[in-house]
Design a protein around this ligand. Structure first.
Ligand code: PLP
Length: 391
């Protein structure tokens, strides 16, 4: 018998990948499936970024790079942070990683151990809880409530901190609810954190370029009071439609940076060299492609929210960021996960049940509107037909 360590029995996963596999299997059987399940832009990577990646390969960038990433990319990331957040960050504190997930993996490994508590948003990205449980730390969900527009409450977050709390994870704009936390709540959180100087903060800002209705994303990097314990997470996956290239980055406080570097040396050595050169083109090139993509998501957001609110038993508040709608389905008479799987099997529409994002996700499903307006309209028609016949 093989003796795999017990921590692997605690590791979770992302149901979005299981739904994707099921949707692909149904499509392979000839079914017409509309996928509103997976969280990735449906647009291709901008052509100038693709060309930069190809050029890097042709120019012979085939070998290892420094584990922390090539300096020109770390400098481009510093410029991006200055341009978007108005904050000076030294390239020496920037770490290039193979996707946003790797930053959260590193941060949770650094602070998670049995007896420690880690606070994370719920509903939230499922990997937070999975990784916390893997380390043996206690996951403490911070409820993200519909009545707050799916923004976190600073008061509620602070009330959950105990002497055992080691790390607080925040995510705005948020997956799966699309909430954007207002500056007043972030101010209140940072002010309250002054009483807990031993609590580190991981700020997942991977959707930071995607806000709507004039909503502004406020980076936690703009608060000097917590810079010595803030881990900033960002990456190219969503902003530049580069999910498959695997390019993320983070900013670390000085005492943690070397731990992150050592984890990189142990785990992946470096990010693919050509991906890193493509990343420079993405960050230093025109940002019109980002504006166009966000404008397209904005148009689809209106279609999806209006369409959902016209469905029997469903109500959906207007998401202010990312590319997800998180409608309340509790009045359909269906449990959320059962509804999501019936929608896939019977109506050919892939969505994700809210409980896949945490205990506070019951009563909701997630739809990604990173799909064409036409497909979104067809999906809503199918959902209407399904709900009218089955509720
Ligand atoms: N953080 C959040 C909130 C996400 O939704 C995702 C991806 O869906 C990630 C991080 C991970 O992104 P990446 O594909 O760059 O690892």
């Amino acid at each position: 018998m093989l003796h795999v360590v017990p921590s692997f029995s605690r590791i979770g996963e992302e149901n979005a990948f299981a739904v994707l596999a099921r949707a692909q299997a149904l499509a392979a059987q000839g079914r017409d499936i509309i996928n509103l399940g997976i969280g990735q832009p449906d647009m291709p990577t901008p052509p100038h970024v693709v060309e930069a990646g190809i050029k890097a390969l042709r120019d012979g960038h085939h070998g290892y790079t420094p584990a922390t990433g090539i300096l020109p990319l770390r400098e481009a990331i510093s410029r991006d942070i200055l341009r978007r957040h108005g904050v000076e960050v030294s390239p020496e504190s920037v770490m290039v990683v193979p996707g946003g997930k790797v930053t959260m993996f590193m941060a949770i490994l650094m602070f998670g151990e049995p007896g420690a508590e880690i606070l994370y948003p719920d509903p939230g990205f499922p990997i937070y809880r999975s990784m916390i449980e893997y380390t043996g730390a206690t996951p403490v969900p911070v409820p993200i409530r519909e009545e707050n527009g799916f923004a976190f409450s600073a008061a509620e977050t602070l009330s959950l901190i105990t002497p055992k709390t080691r790390l607080l994870i925040v995510n705005s704009p948020a997956n799966p609810c699309g909430g954007v936390s207002p500056k007043s709540e972030i101010d209140a959180l940072v002010k309250g954190l002054a009483d807990y100087p031993d609590v580190a903060v991981l700020s997942d800002e991977i959707y930071g370029t995607m806000t709507y209705d004039g909503e502004v994303h406020h980076s936690l990097l703009t608060y000097p009071e917590i810079r010595d314990r803030l881990i900033y997470l960002d990456g190219a996956s969503k902003t530049y439609a580069m999910t498959g290239w695997r390019l993320g980055w983070s900013v670390w406080p000085k005492p943690l940076y070397d731990n992150a570097r050592k984890l990189a040396v142990n785990a992946h050595s470096c990010v693919n060299a050509s991906t890193q050169w493509a990343g420079i083109a993405a960050l230093d090139g025109t940002q019109d492609c980002v504006a166009e993509m966000v404008a397209a998501f904005d148009r689809r957001r209106t279609i999806v929210v209006d369409g959902l609110n016209a469905l029997p038993g469903i109500s959906c508040i207007v998401p202010k960021g990312a590319f997800y709608a998180f409608p309340n389905v509790s009045r359909t008479g269906w449990k959320a996960k059962a509804l999501a799987s019936a929608l896939l099997d019977e109506a050919g529409v892939a969505t994700i049940g809210g409980p896949d994002f945490g205990i506070n996700g019951e009563g909701f499903i997630r739809l990604s509107y990173a799909n064409s307006a036409e497909n979104i309209r067809r999906a809503l028609e199918r959902m209407k037909g399904f709900l009218e016949s089955r509720t």
